[in-house]
Every structure is written in structure tokens, then in C-alpha cells.
Design a protein around this ligand. Structure first.
Ligand SMILES: Cc1cc2nc3c(=O)[nH]c(=O)nc-3n(C[C@H](O)[C@H](O)[C@H](O)COP(=O)(O)OP(=O)(O)OC[C@H]3O[C@@H](n4cnc5c(N)ncnc54)[C@H](O)[C@@H]3O)c2cc1C
Length: 558
């Protein structure tokens, strides 16, 4: 049995755990960091992430002509969060996080060598109202080097602390219990898992070869969310989103298993807003899977025509990239688990990006030469690979041929897994396309989506990289036609361990502080048990790990 004592014990070596551990070390504490996975997985989900960070009034925004402010970002956050009366701590965390994102965040990262792609992305464009959900302006800053670029300075700092003897890291240590003595959390115990040479992200063995019991002055839970555990996602799925899909793709590695949630509850911790989650509606099956059920999220530009499984066009504001949660709500009412993008080769070349570090080798590898290829003709290589191998993609020269291909995709899955064998009517799809195409000949239109495309092109960044000029989907010069089947992809957990502004976990019995227990990152709903409320503005998850990890690490060090 491994036993020893340190000032702070951190459970989970993802981004939030690395930030918490290094901050605690820098506050003078000795720290032990545990993870159930191997060293190959150091950094957790952040490694796989796109590295998009929410920053407010940054030099990158100003260079792109974007006028942003703390006040505008606050209005957007509140309009999106739709906080409820019980969200007292989440509100406090949101205020503090907005101060961070519009204040020291960029300089802190910049000082550690983190750099950003100059064109700021416009995620979650919103529900079409000034007061409601969405980013009024582009705020999604892609880190040069994507997720690994965000992690790099914290991994380097952790290595320095290991060398200096301030930090010990135990991999393959899976916590099964928190230790409480005289009302204070004083450590964690669990099982040691067999060494497993599996590559990063690949599900690893759960064979037990030993146990451990480690003690500390304070314990920080940074164990991530629940997105890899579909049973938990289904059990916590909120009624307001209808029923959970029978089949979902998985947007996170298997270790995002929510296992620490019942363990923390058993130690008296309160989980706030367990039914708030952030799953994507534009998931595609990964033809080159790393983890079980691996899906990739398309980060779409605004032009694809979005239709449901029966061929009905999705309503305003359910346009690609506008309002994730209201689109999910709408789709769950259609009675089917999938929907479709219908687009052209011209649209896919400019408007499709895939979330994930491995899907963006140019940005991840910091290759300006490769990146320049995005502006040339043809789709980026990872998109071409999906067109070639992806089970959800259909290419055709006519609408009739396209719909036949779409029906074949659905029939194939239905044969394999008994999924809903719904068929599209080619005439219905042809009529929808014709109606939409009749709206593109003027620089104005009565069609809300075409209006939105024109508006997007008013932003230079979108005009250069993300929004094609409106054109007929049936224009042979823009072709061939493409259809992409979309499924729900599990990703983020918006609720979590209820914490105060120092990251101290609160008790489910009476809301008091549980002495010795802290939480940060996705496990804490990125702070307070739900800093995002009901909707996220994107880029706020990595940022939430940075901020809440920093706060909890310093507070736990005392
Ligand atoms: C493909 C992808 C793209 C993304 N893109 C973005 C983006 O562009 N911008 C953004 O803001 N966010 C993005 N995210 C989300 C973001 O990466 C995550 O929300 C964030 O990294 C979570 O970090 P964490 O430290 O809280 O948890 P994790 O990274 O999940 O780490 C938790 C760790 O705890 C360990 N653990 C869990 N339970 C136990 C236990 N019982 N015992 C021991 N160890 C345990 C796990 O093994 C894991 O290593 C993306 C995520 C993915 C997967």
C-alpha cells in the first residue's frame, strides 16, 4: 500500500488539476497529484481540445476591429446563463470569471508563452435577441498549438516542481473513497491499477493490483465531468430537453467517467445543477476512433441547410453554430436521434472546422505553411479524410442522388443497430433547397439564415475564413452537393460540486464548508457548481479550469 502525507492532495491530472497543483506548489505547499490513467494521458481532456479560449477586449479582437467590453460580455453571460434563484455561488463565480477573462487572463498566459491565432472565432452567435443567449461579438481565441499549447506551460511548471521535490505524481491511482476524520477531509484511498501501455486517450485496463491510502492537509477534486459515462448522462438528463437520445456519440475519453461524484457525495459534498450539460448537436462518428464511441464535433460556419430526420428545416435560431442548447431542445422534439446538414463542396471547404487538437494538425503543430493551405482550394486534409471515410458523409451531383445516399446511411445503421429507419422524401428535400436557393440572388433576403450569413460576412474574420458568399446549393460550380448526418455528442458537464469563491466544497446537509475539501474544473461545474448557468459562450471551459484551478490551488495551500 502506498502511503505518505503532503500539504495538498489533488485528484485528477487534467488541466484544472495541473493548474491547482502548480499554484499550490508555488504557494509553498508540498503536493501529491493522482490520476487513474497513465502518464501518457497527462493533461486529460485539454490535450484533445481545440484550445479555444474566451477572452474579452483582447489585442486580437481589437486588431480585427471588434469592440468588446466587460460590460458587453457580462450582458452576454447573463443572457446565456439564465441563472435561477438557487445559483448564488455560480453568479459570484461568473462575476469573478468575467473579471479574469477581461483582465489578467491573457497577460498571465502570454507571460507563460501562450500565443493566439490572430483571427478570433465567433462561437455561439446566439438566439437572435440582444438580451438572450450568445456572443454579441467574436471571442473564441484559438491557442497557437491548440490544447497541447494551453497545457504546455503547466506541464513544464509541474516538471520543475517534481524536480524540486515539491510535487509527487502517482499515475494509475484510482480514488474510491475520501477519508474524513473529525469532520475534516484528510485524504483519499483507492486502488492501484495495473500498468497499461495504451496510447493517450485509449480506454485502459481496470485490473486492480494494489491499494493506497494517502493523507494531506487539504484535498482538491479535479476529476472532470461525466460525458464519457452515458448511463450517468442519461440518468441526469433534464426533462426540459425531452428524452435522451437512444444512441449518442462520445466526445470525451472514457476516463471522463464521473466516478468522483458519488465518492464526494458520500463525504457530504453537495452537487449543484447535475442536470445541466453541454452536449453538441453536430457530432459525427470518428472513422479513426481513439476512445469508445468516439465522435467529433463539427464547428460549423453559418451556411449549411439544417434539416431534421424527416426533412423539415430547423427553425430560427437553430442555425449552424448559433444556439447549441435550443437546437438540442428542438431536435429532441423531432422524435429522432439524428439530423442533417445539406451543403456544397464550396461550403465545406471554407466553413467546416473539426474540434480537437488531432483534427487541426496545422494549428497544433504551429505550422504556418500548413495553415496557409486553409486559404487555398480544397478542404483541409482532416475534412477530406472524413469525406472519404466518414460513415456520415454523402456526396452527389443531384438532389435525388443525395437523398438516396442519405437514406442508405440511415438504413445501414438501422440494419446494424436497430436504429430508427426513417426515410427522407427526395421531393420534400428538393423543395426545401429550391425555396432556400430562391433567396440568395440579392445582398438582402427575407430568409433569416441568409440574413445571418450576410451579417457574418460583415465581420472580416468570418469573411476570410468562415462564411462563404451565399450561393445556390444546386449551383454546379459550387458542387458537388454534400449531406452530413449529425448526432448528439456528449461533452461537457455544466453543473458539479458546489463551491464557494475559494473553491471550498459545500455540504449537502446545511451548505456549510466541508473543511479540507476543495474542487475545481469541470468537477466543480468550472466553479461554484455551474458558472455557465444553462448555456455556455464557448472557450469558457479551459478558461474555467485555469481560473478555478488557480483559485483552489492557492486556497488549499493556505
Ligand atoms: C475534443 C475536445 C475539444 C475541446 N475543445 C475545447 C475548447 O476549444 N475550449 C474549451 O474551453 N474547452 C474545450 N474542451 C473542454 C475542455 O477541454 C475540458 O472541459 C477540460 O479540459 C476539463 O478539464 P478538467 O481538468 O476539469 O478534467 P479532465 O481533463 O477530464 O481531467 C480529469 C482527470 O481526473 C481523472 N480522474 C477522474 N476520476 C478519477 C478517480 N476516481 N481517481 C483518479 N483520477 C480520476 C481522469 O482520469 C482525468 O485525467 C474540449 C474538450 C474535448 C474533449
Amino acid at each position: 500500500m502506498s502511503t505518505h502525507t503532503s500539504d495538498v492532495l489533488v485528484i485528477g491530472a487534467g488541466l484544472s488539476g495541473l493548474v491547482a497543483a502548480t499554484e499550490a506548489c508555488e504557494s509553498g505547499a508540498t503536493v501529491t497529484l493522482l490520476d487513474q490513467e497513465s502518464e501518457a494521458n497527462l493533461g486529460g481532456q485539454a490535450y484533445w481540445s481545440f484550445g479555444g479560449l474566451f477572452l474579452v477586449d483582447s489585442p486580437e479582437q481589437r486588431r480585427m476591429g471588434i469592440r468588446d467590453s466587460r460590460d458587453l460580455a457580462g450582458r452576454d453571460w447573463w443572457g446565456s446563463a439564465q441563472f435561477e434563484d438557487h445559483d448564488v455561488r455560480p453568479r459570484q463565480w461568473a462575476e469573478a470569471y468575467l473579471d479574469f477573462a477581461s483582465g489578467p487572463k491573457r497577460e498571465w498566459l502570454h507571460g507563460m508563452g501562450v500565443r493566439f491565432f490572430p483571427i478570433v472565432g465567433w462561437a455561439e452567435r446566439g438566439d437572435g435577441t440582444a438580451h438572450g443567449h450568445g456572443n454579441s461579438v467574436p471571442r473564441f481565441h484559438i491557442t497557437w498549438g491548440t490544447g497541447p499549447g494551453v497545457l504546455a506551460p503547466f506541464v513544464a511548471r509541474a516538471k520543475e516542481h517534481i524536480r524540486a521535490g515539491r510535487l509527487r505524481v502517482h499515475f494509475r491511482h484510482r480514488v474510491t473513497d475520501l477519508v474524513t476524520e473529525a469532520g475534516r477531509v484528510t485524504g483519499a484511498s483507492g486502488t492501484v491499477l495495473v500498468d497499461d501501455p495504451a496510447a493517450r486517450g485509449v480506454a485502459s485496463s481496470r485490473e486492480v493490483v494494489g491499494d493506497f491510502d494517502l493523507r494531506a492537509g487539504a484535498v482538491i477534486v479535479t476529476s472532470g465531468g461525466i460525458g464519457g459515462n452515458h448511463d450517468m448522462v442519461r440518468a441526469q438528463w433534464p426533462q426540459r430537453l425531452g428524452t435522451p437520445p437512444a444512441r449518442m456519440l462520445t466526445g470525451v475519453p472514457a476516463y471522463v467517467d464521473g466516478s468522483m461524484m458519488p465518492i464526494a457525495q458520500a463525504a457530504g459534498a453537495h452537487i449543484l445543477n447535475p442536470d445541466r450539460m453541454w452536449h453538441y448537436v453536430e457530432g459525427i462518428g470518428n472513422w479513426d476512433s481513439v476512445w469508445p464511441g468516439h465522435g467529433i464535433r463539427i464547428l460549423p460556419g453559418p451556411s449549411s441547410l439544417w434539416i431534421d430526420a424527416e426533412g423539415r428545416r430547423l427553425p430560427d435560431p437553430a442555425f449552424p453554430g448559433f444556439d447549441t442548447m435550443s437546437t438540442l431542445r428542438h431536435l429532441r422534439r423531432t422524435g429522432h436521434d439524428h439530423s442533417w446538414f445539406v451543403l456544397t463542396q464550396r461550403i465545406i471547404e471554407k466553413e467546416f472546422a473539426l474540434s480537437g487538437s488531432e483534427q487541426n494538425p496545422d494549428l497544433t503543430g504551429k505550422s504556418v505553411r500548413q495553415l496557409a493551405g486553409r486559404l487555398g482550394s480544397g478542404a483541409p486534409a482532416p475534412i477530406e479524410a472524413f469525406l472519404e471515410h466518414g460513415e456520415d458523409f454523402v456526396r452527389a451531383d443531384s438532389v435525388a442522388e443525395l437523398v438516396a445516399g442519405m437514406n442508405a446511411v440511415v438504413a445501414r445503421e438501422s440494419d446494424e443497430s436497430g436504429a430508427d429507419p426513417v426515410e427522407l422524401d427526395p421531393q420534400r428535400v428538393a423543395d426545401l433547397i429550391a425555396e432556400r436557393d430562391a433567396q440568395v440572388d440579392n445582398p438582402f433576403s427575407k430568409d433569416r439564415q441568409i440574413q445571418a450569413i450576410h451579417a457574418a460576412r460583415g465581420y472580416l474574420g468570418d469573411k476570410i475564413m468562415r462564411a462563404v458568399a451565399p450561393h445556390r446549393l444546386t449551383d454546379p460550380a459550387a458542387g458537388p452537393l454534400i449531406a452530413v448526418r449529425l448526432r448528439v455528442l456528449t461533452r461537457k458537464t455544466l453543473g458539479g460540486l458546489h463551491t464557494d469563491l475559494q473553491g471550498r466544497v459545500l455540504s449537502s446537509a446545511d451548505g456549510s464548508v466541508i473543511e479540507g475539501l476543495f474542487a475545481a474544473g469541470e468537477a466543480a461545474g468550472f466553479g461554484g457548481g455551474g458558472v455557465h448557468g444553462h448555456n455556455a459562450l464557448e472557450g469558457t471551459f479551459l478558461g474555467g479550469c485555469l481560473f478555478s484551478g488557480k483559485v483552489a490551488g492557492r486556497a488549499a495551500a493556505g
